[in-house]
Design a protein. Structure first.
Lengths: 113, 673
């Protein structure tokens, strides 16, 4: 029995690509002034990533334009089956997302395969 | 019809700067413990007014910042947030930031985005924290809860922003935050129009929102929150369950953003520029550029010269018409003087324009140095020439900083000395004769004569055995590089203050004196001429030239006998005058002229004062006293040592006006060499 289980695990590993994660650190100033650069950074995420983490820890300022951009990005990733996570969640970010009705979009998870 | 709004920019900036001054003044009077409602209203009105103007002209960053500021002020006004020291500090910083933004926008320079964003973030945090702690009843909310609640209504709000919503400086999250304060808010975002991240132009707004607000506020309160964004969005506000459309006002009509140019905004409160101009006219005053006034003064100066020429010509004319001509010239002279005085008055501004900066400065410095200082200002309506006003600010700043840093003691030291714990700094301005006197008086420790003398001896400024009077010791603080501070701080103590103060005051044709009483405080007294455009002068002859000595610098003229003059080293001459020896400068020698009087007893010595010292100027003769119009030599030619400016005399000849402080400094340098 033991060898058979071992074989199954090997088969699974060979058929699925290794999970690849990308961490995107949002800059301190996430406002309209720097939004084009932020969009370029988000669009530069390689196609083969399976997990994306938005690191909010350095972010000091943001506006609705940034939340709109991140909402579009989050929705795109969910459609592609990619998980979008955030780290360094900040109360002000969450409060703003809540106020703008974007919490659900930002917290959406890709359907489990 | 398209209105060119740039023509109103200057008026907007001028009025905004003035409004900020009144905002700062009101803020400084705001007591964190028991804030005056009217003061908060004044501050709110300023922010509201600047926001309105900025929105009208499309200054998006100013609009955005003032919107946040206004939100905070509305919270304070409605007592939903209590006025604290921290909030006062942030509001004062807002004044600085707004001044900087307005200045940068006016001069088309980049705004310090970092400073603006930092402060805006701080302000929003205060608002957010209040919103977050709304459940915790504070004193103000307890008071409001005592009021009978109104009928709860569910308001349905539809907001469809135009594509340039963000770029116009509007951030929906701030609007929704304000709405959330009014009641229970539910927000639904519509993302149908939102393209993919790759396709989107991130500066455009693609989102729209449906909001449900359960609150007892009237519709007008909700619409007020959207007041400044109406031009760039479609907005609908209606009560739930009601099939009737909301009352159609000009604001509530959905306006397609692209169809409405910024110029269409004047219907929005506050008063649009054109209306502001109308109000200015109603108030009986107009704004006139300084260059226009200077041109007028220049023309009046030319008229004074022409009048003097006519007077001279009239004396050369004989016959029956000559008497009538002289009478007419006398009449002309009266009218001329009246015109001259009227024009000069236009340039006169109240010194409050300078004094107004000190309450803030004293407050900030007191906090930094841990001293309690009360500033008293009197005589702020005293008027003086605009140029003098602009140049006296820096010397006064030096004095005030020194008074707080060196003069006024900390509360504990004051208490130990039996003085009130709060020190007093008193600034006063008044007219005295043809001069302006500005006093800066503190009730601190006064000048420490022993310490000043010890420092001066250590620096070699005073001989080890020299005995100086208290007044002479006080004068030492005006020597270049002199300081008694043990530690150099960014407030004072670098020894570059008081000599610069004296030099700046001297350059304005004025003088500064100090009086001090140990343990009781010090008084700095600045005396300045009323104007720099015309000077009362004493005309003196040196060779074939006429020079003008400003009357303000002139003390006395005397004829010296040979026995009164002593020749010392290097052939320098001195004479005794009121218990001191004064050096003599022979002006013909200084300017390389041939003098009619060679021996001192053949001419006259005019004792003059400047830069804290006195000297005797040897001249051939005194010609008379007259008002002369100052013509800048530096503008028309260049700087000449010992000469302050030029003037044109009645016979059309040019006379040079002597720069007494510069002559004295030159004499001092020669003595030192």
């Amino acid at each position: 029995m033991k060898p058979a289980r071992k074989t199954v695990r090997r088969v699974r590993k060979a058929s699925q690509p290794a999970a690849r994660s990308e961490v995107i650190a949002l800059p301190a100033d996430c406002t309209l002034r720097n939004i084009n650069a932020l969009r370029e950074r988000l669009c530069a995420v390689p196609a083969d990533v399976t997990n994306i983490t938005l690191d909010l820890r350095q972010m000091e300022r943001f506006d609705t334009a940034t939340l709109q951009l991140v909402a579009a990005f989050a929705r795109d990733q969910v459609r592609r089956g990619i998980n979008l996570l955030t780290c360094g969640n900040r109360p002000v970010w969450d409060e703003a997302a809540e106020l703008l009705g974007l919490s659900a979009t930002l917290a959406a998870r890709a359907p489990t395969p | 019809m398209t209105i060119d709004l740039t023509q109103f920019h200057d008026a907007f900036f001028d009025e905004s700067f003035e409004a900020l001054d009144s905002m700062e003044s009101a803020l400084l009077k705001l007591d964190a413990g028991s804030p005056d409602a009217e003061a908060i209203n004044t501050i709110f009105r300023v922010a509201h007014s600047i926001k309105g103007g900025a929105a009208t002209f499309g200054f998006a960053e100013i609009t955005s910042f003032t919107h946040s500021l206004e939100t905070l002020l509305e919270e304070l006004r409605s007592k939903r947030i209590a006025v604290s020291q921290r909030i006062c500090d942030q509001l004062l910083k807002s004044v600085d930031v707004l001044r900087s933004m307005l200045g940068a926008t006016k001069t088309k320079q980049p705004i310090d985005a970092q400073a603006v964003a930092d402060l805006q973030f701080e302000i929003e945090l205060i608002i957010v924290h209040r919103a977050g702690s709304a459940a915790a009843p504070d004193e103000s909310s307890a008071a409001s809860s005592a009021e009978p609640p109104g009928r709860l209504v569910e308001w349905l709000i539809e907001l469809r922003p135009g594509p340039e919503f963000f770029e116009r400086g509007t951030d929906p999250v701030r609007i929704f935050r304000e709405l959330a304060v009014l009641g229970n808010l539910l927000v639904t975002a519509h993302l149908e129009a939102l393209p993919s991240c790759e396709e989107m132009q991130p500066r455009r707004c693609y989102l729209s929102w449906s909001l449900s607000l359960v609150s007892d506020v009237p519709e007008s309160t909700i619409r007020e929150i959207f007041e400044w964004v109406n031009a760039d969005c479609e907005l609908s506000v209606k009560a739930s369950g009601s099939t009737l459309p909301p009352p159609r006002s000009a604001e509530s009509v959905p306006v397609p953003a692209a169809a409405v140019p910024v110029a269409a905004a004047p219907s929005v409160e506050p008063v649009a520029p054109a209306a502001q101009s109308a109000n200015a006219a109603d108030s009986g005053s107009i704004r006139v550029g300084v260059e226009k006034i200077d041109e007028l003064i220049n023309t009046v100066g030319e008229l004074v010269i022409t009048h003097a020429m006519l007077g001279q010509i009239s004396h050369a004319i004989a016959g029956p018409a000559s008497e009538a001509l002289r009478t007419a010239i006398q009449q002309l002279e009266r009218n001329m003087r009246q015109l001259q005085e009227s024009v000069m008055r236009v340039r006169m501004l109240p010194i409050s324009a300078v004094f107004s900066r000190f309450p803030r400065m004293v407050r900030d410095l007191g906090q930094r140095l841990g001293k309690q200082v009360e500033l008293k200002i009197t005589g702020e309506t005293t008027e003086l020439d605009k140029t003098v006003l602009e140049k006296i600010g820096d010397p006064l700043v030096h004095l005030v900083r020194n008074c707080i840093d060196h003069g006024i003691e900390s509360s504990s030291i004051r208490a130990a000395a039996g003085k009130p714990p709060v020190g007093t700094l008193h600034m006063n301005a008044s007219h005295r004769g043809g001069s302006i006197c500005i006093e800066v008086r503190d009730d601190g420790a006064g000048l420490d004569c022993d310490r000043i003398l010890a420092k001066a001896r250590a620096a070699g400024l005073v001989g080890a055995n020299d005995n100086l009077t208290a007044e002479e010791i006080h004068e030492l603080i005006f020597l270049p590089g002199f300081t008694t501070a043990e530690i150099t701080t960014d407030v004072s103590g670098r020894g570059v203050g008081m000599d610069v103060v004296r030099r700046n005051v001297s350059d304005l044709g004025g003088k500064i004196e100090v009086q001090s009483e140990p343990g009781r405080g010090a008084l700095f007294l600045i005396t300045l001429p009323l104007t720099l455009a015309i000077v009362d002068g004493l005309s003196v002859a040196v060779g074939d030239q006429t020079y003008i000595l400003p009357m303000m610098s002139t003390i006395e003229s005397l004829r010296l006998s040979p026995t009164q003059v002593t020749t010392i080293v290097d052939g320098r001459e001195v004479f005794a005058f009121r218990n001191e020896y004064l050096p003599i400068i022979r002006l013909y020698r200084f300017f390389g002229l041939t003098s009619r009087a060679r021996a001192l007893h053949e001419g006259l010595v005019v004792v003059v004062e400047g830069a804290g010292r006195r000297i005797g100027l040897f001249v051939d003769d005194l010609l008379g006293q007259q008002q002369v119009v100052i013509k800048s030599l530096e503008t028309n030619y260049g700087h000449v040592a010992g000469i302050a400016a030029a003037t044109i005399l009645g016979d059309g000849s040019v006379a040079l006006i002597l720069d007494v402080p510069d002559l004295i400094r030159g004499a001092s340098r020669r003595e030192a060499a």
